[in-house]
Design a protein around this ligand. Structure first.
Ligand code: TTJ
Length: 647
């Protein structure tokens, strides 16, 4: 640990202040990197990489190489000009030492128009140094190799020295550091996927920069990856649409620079057959989850220009309303990336770009492009307008359907579907609803249940795939209407959990492929329409047994997995018994269904959880999307969402 009371002979009073600065970072790391959890640990890496990205954006670096070794030492290396080595007039020590020891000093030494570093999580390289056990910098420039080393949270261990000579054409900066386990109490172990995904994302967001990612740890991920996208966010959109059926091959792309504000704008978009939207916005390479002025400008311009074109070409009838922003969102995949010299982030989580001047900049650059593009590509223009028109029609139909559902079925006033065999209790905390595939199993469940607290809703056959259907269709579907009525808590954005009538929603299906498909459809539906119920842990999957071991009339044992069957076989030794393999729930009578699947004392329920909503969403799109191959791979490789579904 560094300590301000340690005074080295060669330190001036300025240097003491430096140490105090870094000591403050160590005392309250959360103030600088938000958290000392794994997220904070990874911020160290982003901060260092951002400095190299700045050098690349300034046009001097071309390749950025990031390596992680067995001891979780991170190395970031670029081929830029090399950090400045001369004495800094303000601090009296080398500029590179200043960069790593003065808080927020980094920005003053940059060459580019924007600093990616110093942005939302850009805290300066000195913060990384302060939170490292040790940190080393190697600089190649002017045919010389320079080296400086810090330890114990930023104290100079080796002042800047010349260690040798090199080819004068070889230039660049290399930083190696080991995060301090005294600060990162949860550990200093990096996550492969987090690094991989973010590095690939940075490659998409910064076209032409060559990123190399070396995972040198001796585990299953060991290896090297190279990312370089000449098409930048155009290729990002193609990547996001790889599992979709696109409506046209072209990705619309524009970039531009607004001289008066120094704002750079880059936009790429494409439409697919899906009904959902995938639009992601960034400022200075930082994801802005809550949008802001860049997104506002984008949507405004998209609808303004498309409506103007559609009117001009008589593609919207004279008396018909304009296409709305919502109409234009269906099936849209877009990346909006802006660079701003002084970004302001707003909102509780600072996820929204606040600079008002960004909107007119986007309007101008994107608007000019889109106007010209539509004129030059009338076929694409027509496809987009047709898609939006059908979204508009669907939206009106959905509105009508919702109103009629409300009227017909009277949500909220206690009208329940006739097929629902409700329980006696009105205390949701003990009530359970079993959603059972097929009428015959439904009958057994109805007879076998404890009707005090267990309700049964039998569904006939497969429910609608909500991923591939629009909202009005969804409300036409009787099974879906019944579930909405039975749950009683509203749906989608209007959910009131306090009105939920059952605190256990249990999906029961056969343990075969059809059953798995129905479970997946059910989960998709619940995910899209009742996400809070999954998040709240109210959704379960019942695990009926696969085998019954019996002797004559007597049941010896139920087995829920193949492993259990193997164990059971061993337990029985020489005893004679028969094995029945259940092919469906219909083979069980009411009392067997109670014993194995309904009785809280013996049943196995698996709670459905969402570890990562975005991940789950993608899993669903992939599972339910048009493309067969990724779906197959997913099912073969992992069962991420409902681990126990036995995919
Ligand atoms: C500044 O202007 C003179 C030439 O060098 C410019 C510069 O700062 N370049 C630079 C910094 N390239 N790379 C960095 C850098 C790289 C890493 C990995 C970490 C840090 C803090 C800076």
């Amino acid at each position: 640990m560094s300590n301000t009371s340690i005074k080295h002979d060669n330190y001036t009073s300025d240097d003491i202040q430096v140490l105090e600065g870094l000591e403050a970072v160590r005392r309250r790391p959360g103030m600088y990197i938000g958290t000392t959890s794994s997220t904070g640990l990874h911020h160290l890496v982003w901060e260092i990489i951002d400095n190299s990205v700045d050098e690349a954006l300034a046009g001097y670096a071309h390749t950025i190489e990031i390596s992680v070794d067995n001891d979780d030492v991170v190395t970031v290396k670029d081929d830029g000009r090399g950090m400045p080595t001369e004495i800094h007039p303000k601090t009296g020590v080398s500029t590179v030492e200043t960069i790593f020891t003065v808080l927020h000093a980094g920005g003053k030494f940059g060459g580019g128009a924007y600093k990616v570093s110093g942005g939302l999580h850009g805290v300066g390289a000195s913060v990384v140094n302060a939170l490292s056990e040790w940190l080393e910098v190697t600089i190649h420039k002017d045919g010389k190799v320079y080296f400086i080393r810090f330890k114990d949270g930023g104290q100079v261990d080796q002042k800047l020295i010349e260690t040798g000579e090199c080819d004068p054409h070889t230039t660049g900066s290399t930083v190696r550091f080991k995060a301090d386990p005294e600060i990162f109490k949860e550990g200093t172990i990096y996550d492969y996927k987090t690094l991989y995904d973010r590095i690939r994302q940075m490659a998409f967001l910064n076209k032409g920069i060559h990123f190399i990612f070396n995972w040198d740890k001796d585990d299953e991920h060991k290896g090297s990856h190279s990312f370089c996208y000449e098409g930048g966010i155009k290729e990002y959109v193609q990547f996001l649409n790889q599992n979709e059926t696109v409506l046209f091959e072209d990705v619309l792309y524009c970039d531009g620079y607004d001289n008066s504000t120094s704002i750079a704008v880059e936009i790429a978009l494409q439409y697919n057959t899906d009904y959902n939207e995938k639009t992601y916005s960034f400022c200075n390479n930082i994801f802005t989850p809550d949008g802001g002025m860049h997104i506002d400008g984008f949507r405004q311009t998209l609808s303004r220009v498309i409506n103007a074109y559609a009117r001009e070409k008589n593609l919207i009838k004279k008396d018909d309303a304009n296409l709305t922003n919502d109409d234009l969102r269906e099936g849209l995949t877009a990346i909006i990336s802006v660079k701003h010299p002084d970004p302001q982030y707003e909102g509780q989580t600072k996820g929204k770009l606040g600079n008002a001047e960004v909107r007119p900049a986007v309007n101008k650059i994107f608007g000019d492009f889109l106007k010209r593009y539509l004129l030059e590509n009338p076929d694409v223009a027509k496809i987009i307008i047709e898609k939006a028109k059908s979204a508009s029609e669907a939206r009106l139909a959905a509105q009508k359907a919702r109103e009629s559902v409300r009227r017909k079925d009277d949500f909220g006033s206690g009208n329940l579907p006739t097929k629902l065999k409700d329980c006696a209790s009105r205390d949701p905390s003990i009530c359970e609803i079993y959603i059972v595939e097929g009428n015959s199993a439904g009958g057994s469940a109805q007879q076998g249940r404890d009707s005090n607290f267990q309700a049964v809703l039998p569904l006939r056959g497969k429910i609608l795939n909500v991923e591939k259907a629009r909202e009005h269709k969804i409300f036409d579907n009787a099974e879906i209407r019944m579930m909405i009525q039975a749950f009683g808590c509203g749906y989608k954005n209007d959910i009131d959990i306090s009105k939920l009538r059952y605190h256990k929603i249990v999906i029961v299906t056969d343990a075969d492929v059809d059953g798995q498909h129905i479970s997946t459809l059910m989960l998709t539906f619940l995910y899209r329409y009742f996400k809070p119920l999954i998040e709240g842990g109210y959704v379960y999957i019942a695990m009926p047994p696969l085998y019954k071991l019996f002797k004559g009339q007597k049941t010896l044992r139920y087995c829920y997995t193949d492993e259990e069957l193997e164990l059971a076989k061993r337990d029985f030794g020489d005893e004679k018994y028969d094995i029945q393999r259940y092919k469906g729930l219909g083979e069980m009578d009411a009392s067997q269904l109670w014993e194995t699947t309904l009785d809280p004392a013996h049943r196995t329920l698996k709670r459905v959880s969402i570890e990562d909503a975005i991940d789950a969403d993608q899993v669903f799109s992939m599972l339910m999307g048009d493309e067969v191959e990724p779906r197959k791979n997913f099912i073969v490789e992992n069962a991420h969402f409902a681990k126990n579904l036995d995919f």
